[in-house]
Design a protein around this ligand. Structure first.
Ligand code: NAD
Length: 470
């Protein structure tokens, strides 16, 4: 396994002048070094992205579509190697990590064929008015550590299709898979069109202040999203912000507890709960509360937590030490507030950041585990009697990413789902996403949408071409 990695700048693999350690969360020990971009590296990447944008790239749609196909093939061909890196640096089970990279290759392929919208607004004997979409320029793509490859590719696909160029910076906790992706794409992409820099949070801040950048596409936490919006204001850079969530799931009294419990469990604990749209608060009608709770606790005790490289692992570690500490802190805080831990509740006595799935009851609003985004393996389960009250609790938050309603009456579920204040409201499922379906949050969970035609629009400026016929 390679242990040194390079930036991709202007089509060249550029060695780092300085480095930081990347830790395998399954061991808690460093396993590789990541180049830490300097201001000079960033400058070179921005100049390259601006130069590539000014060239044929932004005008030649056929070239871009061909490039996306080549990118998809290049990434797919290295899915095993890059997936292994995702497993090592992120912690998720190897099969899921490889699946993330294969899925990312498919997303690139899909964008190769997506139409770029164009509207004829008027056509008569006097005039033709056309609405066209134009690319914005160099895009700063800044990504988090939970799905490092998927979150990056969800930006690359639409940004490149529409003629923008990209400077990407992954999270310092999971930079290697993005650098490996850059290396894999190098031969498939014209120079300067895609640049990937390893770097700390500070490099992200430099990017958002850089005058060459016309668009910031960010996935990460609410506090960083707010900083980015402030940084963008001076230069009126366009922003798309995909931020955190505290998704509620509301379980009605008509469900079969044995059937819904596994779906609820995986809706909350997939990727060890480190999913922006995981179920983070579970409201269960009192008629079915006890059997649902018991089934969840049973599942939590059975599931195999371990190193993602072990084939029988179902849940890997928490990705990093600060997040591992935070999950413990929130569970301890819930205990102090009178909460009861019915499963889990303590880290595994092994090296690495392992915290088994933890189910907490006897908590409600005002307790941090309920009010804050835990982003980890701890789930509060809250009984309710009155649906209006459960909906009010669900909506009484700054977050608004996803939410779900669970019932055998699907039509009623759809009605109730629309009362949830969130970007995606599911019925009898949670987390299901598609590259064709818009995704994003309301309130503090974000601004703008990714995916499909709505995601494509985020990387474009509208231009009206208004021609009088002479
Ligand atoms: P984070 O905000 O700490 O970091 C995200 C990225 O921003 C990293 O690359 C980081 O280096 C960079 N960064 C940090 N400070 C910056 C600054 N001042 N300027 C520019 N860039 C800066 O988030 P995280 O901890 O890596 O990710 C977890 C969060 O991401 C959770 O809140 C999760 O819900 C959210 N998330 C949201 C989505 C979504 O699509 N809505 C998807 C995945 C994760």
């Amino acid at each position: 396994m390679e242990t040194t990695f390079s930036h991709l700048i202007d089509g060249e693999l550029v060695a780092g002048r300085q480095h930081f350690d990347v830790i395998n969360p399954a061991t808690g020990a460093p396993f590789a070094r990541c180049p830490d971009a300097t201001r000079q590296d960033l400058e070179r990447a921005m100049i390259a992205a601006a130069r590539a944008f000014a060239g044929e790239w932004s005008r030649d749609e056929a070239l871009r579509r061909r490039t996306l196909v080549h990118m998809s093939e290049a990434l797919g061909a290295q899915a095993d190697e890059i997936g292994r890196l995702v497993c090592l640096e992120q912690g998720k089970p190897l099969a899921q990590a490889v699946g993330e990279v294969k899925g990312a290759a498919q997303i690139l392929r899909l964008y190769a064929d997506e139409p770029i919208p164009r509207d004829l607004l008027r056509e008569d004997e006097k005039a033709r008015v056309t609405l066209v979409r134009k690319p914005l320029g160099p895009v700063a793509a800044i990504t988090p550590w939970n799905y490092p490859v998927a979150t990056l590719v969800m930006k690359l696909g639409p940004a490149l299709l529409t003629g923008n160029t990209v400077v990407a910076k992954p999270s310092p906790f999971t930079p290697l898979s993005s650098l490996a992706l850059g290396a894999a794409l190098r031969a498939a992409v014209p120079k300067g069109v895609v640049n990937v820099l390893g770097g700390s949070d500070e490099v992200g801040a430099w990017m958002t202040a850089h005058p060459a950048v016309r668009k910031i596409s960010f996935t990460g936490s609410v506090p960083t999203g707010k900083k980015i919006m402030r940084a963008a204001a001076d230069d009126l850079k366009r922003v798309t912000l995909e931020l955190g969530g505290n998704d509620p799931a509301i379980v009605l009294s008509d469900v079969d507890p044995a059937r819904v419990a596994p779906k609820l469990f995986w809706g909350a604990f997939t990727n060890s709960g480190q999913v922006c749209v995981a179920i983070k608060r579970l409201y269960v009608h009192e008629d079915v509360y006890r059997p649902v709770l018991d089934a969840l606790a049973q599942l939590a005790k059975q599931v195999k937590v371990g190193d993602g490289l072990q084939p029988d692992t179902q849940l890997g570690p928490i990705n990093n030490r600060p997040q591992f500490n935070r999950v413990q802190e929130l569970v301890e805080d819930a205990r102090r507030a009178g909460g009861t831990v019915v499963a889990g509740g303590a880290p595994l006595p092994t090296p690495g950041y392992f915290y088994p799935p933890t189910i907490v009851t006897d908590v409600g609003e005002g307790v941090r585990l309920v009010d804050e985004e835990q982003f980890g393996t701890a789930l509060p389960v809250i009984p309710y009697r009155d649906l209006d009250d459960a909906l009010a609790q669900a909506n009484r938050t700054h977050y608004g990413l996803g939410g779900s309603v669970w019932t055998t009456d699907v039509a009623r579920g759809e009605e109730i789902a629309q009362r949830l204040e969130c970007g995606t409201a599911w019925v009898n499922q949670h987390m299901s996403m598609s590259a064709k379906v818009p995704f994003g949050g309301v309130k503090w969970s974000g601004l703008g949408r990714e995916n499909g035609r709505w995601g494509i629009e985020e990387f474009c400026e509208l231009q009206v071409v208004n021609a009088a016929k002479v």
